[in-house]
Design a protein around this ligand. Structure first.
Ligand code: PHE
Length: 348
């Protein structure tokens, strides 16, 4: 009996090793099935002397497991071979290393925006966003920009097609309309920053793009004056650049501030003038001023009780200065050779 079991094992394993998928199913039945060879052998077990039965029984179990394992292993082998043949037919080589995925990085403008939002939140500001399609009222009228102001001209502003009976719409030319929106919505006193994309009808060059990013800052409270504005500007610049940068303040005109200023930074690209600073060695960084009483009133704030300062930060400009980017057109280029140069963790 034992010999016949051993013999069965030997033959079974041999046949399994050569079997194809169809033959495997048949073998399973022929060996282990109800009328299979092993089953038939086991029926003879009862006729053995009692003392031999446990030994032979154990051997029979061993043979059964060996056959089951061999069937399973052969099935796996056939499956893998079929898969590999499929892949090879499709021109795929599963043994080549994977393509991997390069780590992403924040766009430099986004990185600067996030950094500044974190800073201003820590100083108690709220972050407020306005729409990119803006009404003429928010973008111009409420900001004390007179109807005949050249900024409203189609040469500067991208207007949407007029719909009779509806307010005129444009792509906002600056983030200043968010001053009005935030004041109307949140009231005074208020500390707010408003980052976002703005649009202008520009002839493009190294420092001009039709779309770029600004961040508006606005503080309205009792007794706010120019020193508050200067302090906010210097905290901001030191935070972004991590060092003191040389700046100068000069008068600047914007209808929505009075007095108005331009804060310039020493051009980081040259000593004697270049295309970024247009030969002047200074680049405009951050205009600002005290909020014009007309703007406060248009936003429903009592200008006798409250005053405020506002600044408009060019986020794209800041990113350019921070990383030495000498042409604003890189920002919208989508060029991975450019974007890949910023640290993956910039702006998290
Ligand atoms: N909105 C102005 C611009 O885009 C900048 C500015 C903002 C000036 C706030 C003064 C105060 O040019």
């Amino acid at each position: 009996m034992r010999d016949r079991l051993e013999e069965l094992r030997r033959r079974a394993l041999e046949r399994i090793a050569d079997a194809d998928a169809g033959a495997l199913d048949e073998l399973h039945g022929a060996l282990l099935g109800r009328s299979g060879e092993l089953t038939a052998l086991l029926r003879g077990l009862g006729g053995l002397p009692a003392e031999e039965r446990p030994l032979v029984g154990r051997l029979a179990n061993e043979v059964k497991s060996a056959i089951q394992e061999a069937l399973e292993a052969r099935r796996d082998e056939l499956r893998r071979a079929a898969l590999e043949a499929d892949l090879a037919g499709a021109g795929l080589d599963p043994t080549l290393p994977g393509a991997g995925r390069p780590p992403g990085a924040a766009h430099p403008v986004l990185a600067v925006a996030r950094e500044l939002q974190d800073l201003f939140r820590s100083l108690g500001f709220v972050v407020w966003e306005g729409p990119e399609v803006e009404t003429e009222e928010h973008n111009f009228d409420a900001l004390n920009i007179p109807p005949d102001h050249p900024a409203r001209d189609v040469q500067d502003t991208i207007w949407l097609v007029d719909e009779p009976g509806r307010p005129r719409l444009c792509l906002r030319t600056h983030t200043s309309p968010v001053q009005v929106r935030a004041l109307r919505e949140l009231g005074a006193p208020l500390q707010v920053v408003a980052p976002g994309r703005v649009f202008r009808q520009e002839a493009q060059d190294a420092t001009h793009e039709h779309s770029f990013h600004q961040m508006e800052g606005l503080v309205v409270d009792r007794g706010i004056g120019v020193p508050h504005m200067l302090h906010a500007m210097s905290v901001l610049l030191e935070h972004v650049f991590g060092r003191r940068i040389e700046t100068r303040l000069r008068p600047g005109f914007f209808p929505f501030v009075e007095p108005g200023f331009e804060l310039d930074a020493r051009c980081p690209f040259c000593r004697a003038g270049c295309r970024v600073c247009k030969g002047s060695c200074w680049v405009e960084l951050m205009p600002g001023g005290l909020v014009h009483p007309h703007v406060l009133e248009a936003a429903g704030v009592d200008s006798e009780e409250y005053s405020g300062f506002a600044f408009g930060l060019g986020l794209s400009r800041i990113a350019m200065l921070k990383w030495g980017i000498d042409d604003i057109r890189w920002m919208m280029s989508g060029d991975l050779r450019f974007l890949g140069q910023f640290p993956a963790q910039a702006g998290r």
